[in-house]
Design a binder for this molecule. Structure first.
Ligand SMILES: *Cc1c(COP(=O)(O)O)cnc(C)c1O
Length: 415
C-alpha cells in the first residue's frame, strides 16, 4: 500500500513502513504516539502561556496504555462517573482527578470520594444531597451551570443549552434553590460549564459573556471556573490566541483558576482504523463493498453523530473514477460508513485506512451481531508497532450472562 497523504489526519502514517502496515490484523485500531505528543505539546503551550490547567476528558479517549505519553502535558483527568474516575486514579495517580455526572448514586458516592479531587454537581438538589459529604472529605466542590447560550447548529444531541436541557443549572433554578436552602452557596468552590462540541474559540468567546451575565456575581467568590470540553484546540485552524485571551481575561477579572477539559483535542487525528475489503457487489447503479469493520459496532459515532470519516487515498463521491458505498458485515441495513471515490475499483482483500479514529471509538465500541472487537495497537514514535489489546469470543459472551468467558466468577443470587 502506498501511504503518501501527508495531511492530517494521515500525517502520522509517514512513520510507518508498508511492511509494518501489512503485518497488522484487521480490523484494528492503531493509536499514533507521535500525534498524541504533538497534540500534547499544543495543549501544554496553552497552559504555560496562560496558567490554565487542562484535563483529559476520558470519555473521548481512555486507552490508558497511552496515558504515560500524555502525562507530561496534562494536569489531570476528567471523568463522567465512578469507573472513569477510578481509571484516572489508577493510571495517573499523581494527577488531579475531576468528575462530573448528571446524577450521582448514594451507593457509589463513598467510593467516588476515594478517587476524585474535584466533584461537580449538575443540580442544586445533588449539591444539597452530596455536597456536605464531599466538603467534609476535603474535596473541591463545583456546580455545573447552564449559561443558556447555544452556539452550535445541526447537532442537537450535543447542545446542553437547548430549551428543557437536563444538563447544568440555570440562574432561575439556582435562585429558586437558594431561597429554599440558603446554605448552598457556601458549599461551592467553583463553577463548571460545558456547552461546546468540536468548536473554535469564537464559540467560547460568545459563551463567556452569557456566563458572566447569569453567574458573574458568584465568580469573585470562586476558586476555579471550568470551561468544559468541546474546544477543538489541536485542529489546524483553531484560534489559539483568542482562546488564550478568553482564559487570561477571566482569570484576571475574577481571580479564578481556569480549567479546560477537552477530550477530542488530546487525541484528534491520532488514530487509524485499518480494515480489509471482504466483498464487492453491484446493485443497479450502486457499487458497494463490505468491509471487516462495522460502523454500528466499531465506529458508532459515524451513525450516531452522524459523520463520514476520512479515508486515506479516497475522494468525495464522484471525485475519482470509481464511487463505492462502504458498509459493514452486520445485518443492520444502515451499517454504512459512507460513499467514497477511488482511482480504481476496490478488490477483495484490499486494505483501507480510516483516519481520526482514536476518539469516541475504542471507548464506545460494542459486539452487536456477535462482531469481534478490533485489536488495539500502538504506532510508537520510532515507527514500530506494539499490540495493546486483543479480544475474543469471551469479550462478547461475558457481558451477556452467567458463564461469560472472561468474567469474574459470579455468585448466583438465591431468592
Ligand atoms: C463530553 C464532555 C467533555 C469532552 O468533550 P470533547 O468534545 O471530547 O472535548 C468534557 N466535559 C464534559 C462535562 C463533557 O460532557
Amino acid at each position: 500500500m502506498q501511504v503518501h497523504d501527508s495531511r492530517p489526519p494521515f500525517a502520522g502514517l509517514a512513520n510507518l513502513t508498508d511492511e509494518a502496515l501489512a503485518s497488522l490484523p484487521t480490523p484494528c485500531y492503531l493509536l499514533d504516539e507521535a500525534q498524541l505528543r504533538r497534540n500534547g505539546e499544543i495543549l501544554l503551550g496553552v497552559q504555560q502561556r496562560t496558567g490554565c490547567r487542562i484535563l483529559l476528558a476520558q470519555k473521548a479517549f481512555s486507552n490508558f496504555d497511552l496515558y504515560p505519553v500524555l502525562a507530561p502535558y496534562l494536569a489531570g483527568t476528567e471523568a463522567s462517573g465512578l469507573y472513569e474516575s477510578r481509571l484516572g486514579r489508577e493510571e495517573l495517580p499523581e494527577k488531579e482527578n475531576h468528575v462530573f455526572c448528571a446524577a450521582y448514586r448514594t451507593d457509589e458516592f463513598p467510593e467516588l470520594l476515594q478517587y476524585a479531587d474535584h466533584i461537580v454537581f449538575n443540580s442544586p438538589s445533588q449539591l444539597a444531597k452530596f455536597g456536605p459529604a464531599a466538603k467534609a472529605a476535603g474535596k473541591s466542590v463545583g456546580l455545573r451551570i447552564n449559561p443558556q447560550r447555544s452556539t452550535q447548529d445541526g447537532h442537537e444531541i450535543y447542545d446542553p443549552c437547548a430549551p428543557g436541557s437536563r444538563l447544568g443549572t440555570t440562574r432561575a433554578q439556582w435562585d429558586a434553590a437558594v431561597q429554599q436552602h440558603p446554605e448552598l452557596p457556601a458549599l461551592l468552590d467553583g463553577l463548571h460549564f460545558h456547552t461546546l462540541c468540536e468548536q473554535n474559540a469564537d464559540a467560547l468567546a460568545e459563551t463567556l459573556p452569557a456566563v458572566e451575565a447569569a453567574f458573574g456575581d458568584l465568580l469573585p467568590r470562586m476558586k476555579w471556573l471550568n470551561f468544559g470540553g468541546g474546544h477543538h484546540i489541536t485542529r489546524p485552524d483553531y484560534d489559539l490566541s483568542l482562546l488564550e485571551k478568553c482564559i487570561t481575561v477571566m482569570q484576571a477579572k475574577y481571580g479564578v483558576q481556569v480549567y479546560l477539559e477537552p477530550g477530542e483535542a488530546w487525541a484528534l487525528n491520532a488514530g487509524y482504523l485499518v480494515t480489509t475489503v471482504l466483498d464487492t457487489l453491484q446493485n443497479g447503479d450502486t457499487s458497494l463493498a463490505i468491509l471487516d469493520l462495522s460502523a454500528a459496532c466499531h465506529t458508532p459515532d459515524v451513525i450516531e453523530m452522524p459523520y463520514r470519516p476520512p479515508l486515506l487515498d479516497a475522494g468525495e463521491p464522484g471525485e475519482k473514477p470509481c464511487t463505492v458505498r462502504l458498509g459493514g458485515p452486520t445485518c443492520l441495513a444502515g451499517d454504512v460508513i459512507g460513499d467514497y471515490s477511488f482511482a480504481a475499483p476496490l478488490t477483495e482483500g484490499q486494505r483501507l485506512i480510516f483516519g481520526d479514529m482514536a476518539i469516541y471509538s475504542t471507548c464506545k465500541n460494542n459486539t452487536f451481531n456477535g462482531m469481534p472487537l478490533p485489536d488495539i495497537w500502538q504506532l510508537c514514535a520510532d515507527g514500530t508497532l506494539r499490540r495493546l489489546a486483543h479480544f475474543g469470543y469471551g469479550d462478547f459472551k461475558y457481558r451477556l450472562g452467567s458463564r461469560g468467558g472472561s468474567a469474574q466468577p459470579t455468585t448466583s443470587v438465591q431468592i
